[in-house]
Design a protein around this ligand. Structure first.
Ligand code: C2E
Ligand code: MG
Ligand code: MG
Length: 596
């Protein structure tokens, strides 16, 4: 038993050996002993099994405990990792926060600096705008607004002096400035204006004001003068200063000034009147030959008022169809045949009053009415020419005068096209007369318009040739068919003054070499005609042949002309010088001339 117990105890602690699975039966002698031995063996085996199971359970529990420990350790590690992560995140966050804070501070500083700079810029811009509102961009001189302000102040000061002091205002305009712009370009024109501005500024006292009104107009305010002589002396100084040559680039330019002067209180009691009257006086200085200084006189306003009333009357004239066209024949100087006519506008102001263009075309050009008037004239020329053609008369080439403002107006070509469509006239019967100054404006656009007119079939004439100020280069740059020698040269032929003959001969020769027809305008005498024929001038126009006449009279002239013989120029001339035959066109037109 003792052994068994010992064995059992041993079995609990040590693994079962293979040869120990069944208790040894050696030495067991009885069945009962054997059975009890077997039972004891089985018990022992059960105990061993139980012990093994318990060992296994204990091992499992150990393993489980170890697993739990391991798991706990992992969780601890995880928690530690998380803590570390949180700490790291917190660190990162604080770094980022600090960074953001730093950036925000920087932005704040930059924004503050910007705000300051912007405030300064805005301040500068405001100051600049204020300056610009009161000064002329090109010359830096005070502008009209500032001058008006200073004139008002000067008038108030003069009033305080109790009538002892006067204020003088001068209206200045450069003569022929447009030609400078047209001939040398706007850049040179601008530099010339700057040069003029500088000289004007140098001529006046610090208390006086020189201002530019735009274009070539300047105003000079003499804030305090004793009498009118002070103003005229300054005006002369200004004119002399401006007349000295201006060196602009490679050019040496000469310009003159026309000046109008008006005084407070003599010529006006308020700013507007003083300025207006200086303007009126300047207009008279221009009309009286330019490069002049003119003091305002009250009768000038009478004329200015008359001018305004012409303007109003012109509006009415358009509405009430008071314009008519007269036709002056153009004659072939060799054959005496009528080769065409020039249409000249007249204003039938009343049944007995026919107004000539010199009295209204200039005003119409200035106030813009020339555009509708010109449209009417073109339509009427086309309508009448077509009517003659349909009646079997051949008027040749019929010319219409076109002002620069019309020619450069935006609807000019469209107007020509629609008029031709409307009247059905073949443009080969139509000629446009343009002056040199009208042609040389904006040469690119001019070339385009002229080519379009030529493309339609119409012809181009340069009117009053020789009186412009342009270079001759345009003669071959533009598609020109005809040069009309200005009547001032023609009428000077055989006269005492100058060498008109040389100029006329030169123009005729130039036209011949450029293959342009030359028409002498304003032929009034046989002597002029003879000279022109001796120089082979192609065509002529003038009172010698006939004055402008209404359409019906011109039609009658055309009808009679068809039967007239064409005689050689020299013979015809000798006939005329001797006794008119009545068969030649010239005497018949001459009769018309006498009637007129
Ligand atoms: P212009 O185109 O040079 O026309 C010639 C002017 O000289 C005409 O004056 C004509 O009557 C005049 N004349 C013709 N032969 C002689 C002559 O032998 N001796 C003299 N002393 N004069 C002669 P008018 O009709 O008074 O026209 C003056 C100017 O008015 C024209 O000069 C032209 O520039 C302008 N004009 C006429 N009609 C129109 C028109 O329909 N539209 C435009 N824009 N201007 C026109
Ligand atoms: Mg003309
Ligand atoms: Mg002319």
């Amino acid at each position: 038993m003792t052994t068994n117990t010992h064995n059992q105890q041993q079995n609990v602690t040590r693994p079962l050996e293979a040869d120990e699975s069944v208790p040894s039966l050696a030495g067991i002698h009885t069945l009962a002993e054997r059975e009890s031995a077997i039972l004891a063996g089985e018990d022992a085996a059960d105990h061993r099994q139980e012990a093994a199971d318990k060992r296994e359970d204990a091992a499992d529990q150990r393993q489980e405990a170890a697993d739990q420990r391991h798991e706990a350790a992992e969780r601890r590690q995880e928690a530690a990792d998380k803590r570390e992560e949180v700490v790291r995140a917190e660190d990162e966050l604080s770094v980022r926060h600090k960074e953001q804070l730093r950036e925000a501070n920087e932005s704040l500083i930059i924004a503050t600096v910007h705000a300051q700079t912007m405030a300064e810029t805005a301040k500068k811009a405001t100051a600049q705008m204020a300056y610009m509102a009161e000064h002329d961009f090109l010359t830096g001189l005070p502008n009209r607004a500032l001058l008006t302000d200073r004139l008002a102040q000067s008038i108030v000061l003069a009033q305080r002096h109790g009538g002892g002091k006067k204020v003088a205002l001068m209206f200045l305009d450069l003569d022929h400035f447009k030609h400078v712009n047209d001939s040398f370009g706007h850049e040179v024109g601008d530099q010339l204006l700057q040069s003029v501005a500088k000289r004007l500024h140098e001529c006046v006292r610090h208390s006086d004001t020189v201002s530019r009104h735009g274009g070539d107009e300047f105003l000079v305010l003499l804030a305090e003068v004793e009498d009118v002589q002070d103003a005229t002396l300054t005006a002369e100084k200004l004119m002399q200063a401006v007349a000295r040559p201006h060196f602009i680039g490679d050019h040496q330019l000469h310009v003159t000034l026309s000046i109008g002067i008006s005084l407070y209180p003599d010529d006006g009691m308020d700013v507007a009147t003083v300025i207006r009257n200086a303007d009126v006086a300047m207009y008279h200085a221009k009309k009286n030959g330019q490069n002049k200084c003119q003091l305002f006189t009250p009768d000038m306003n009478v004329r200015a008022t008359a001018r305004r009333s012409v303007e109003q009357a012109l509006h009415r004239a358009l509405d009430q169809h008071e314009f008519v066209l007269h036709y002056q024949p153009k004659v072939n100087l060799e054959t005496g045949a009528i080769v065409g006519a020039e249409a000249l506008i007249r204003w039938q102001r009343s049944a007995r009053r026919l107004v000539h263009p010199a009295e209204f075309v200039g005003i119409a050009e200035e106030c813009g009415l020339i555009l509708p008037i010109g449209r009417w004239a073109l339509h009427e020329v086309c309508r009448q020419t077509q009517a003659w053609l349909q009646a079997g008369l051949d008027p040749g080439l019929v010319a219409t005068n076109v002002s620069a403002a019309e020619f450069h107006g935006k609807d000019f070509l469209a107007g020509v096209r629609s008029t031709l469509d409307d009247t059905g006239l073949d443009p080969h019967h139509l000629e446009f007369e343009l002056t040199e100054s009208g042609l040389i404006q904006d040469t690119v656009q001019t070339t385009e318009i002229l080519h379009t007119l030529k493309g339609l079939g119409a012809q181009i004439a340069v009117d009053d040739f020789g009186t412009g100020y342009s270079s001759l280069s345009y003669l071959w740059r533009f598609p020109i068919d005809e040069l009309k020698i200005d009547q001032s040269f023609v009428q000077a032929i055989c006269g005492d003054a100058g060498n008109a003959e040389a100029i006329v001969s030169a123009v005729i020769a130039m036209g011949a070499s450029l293959k342009q027809r030359v028409v002498a305008e304003g032929i009034e005498t046989r002597g002029q005609l003879a000279f022109l024929q001796s120089r082979n001038c192609g065509e002529g126009q003038g009172f010698y042949f006939g004055r402008p006449v209404p359409a019906e009279q011109f039609a009658a002239l055309l009808a009679s002309n068809r039967h007239l013989p064409t005689t050689p120029a020299k013979r015809r001339l000798s006939q005329k010088v001797g006794q008119p035959t009545g068969k030649n066109v010239t005497p018949s037109i001459l009769a018309e001339n006498k009637k007129a």
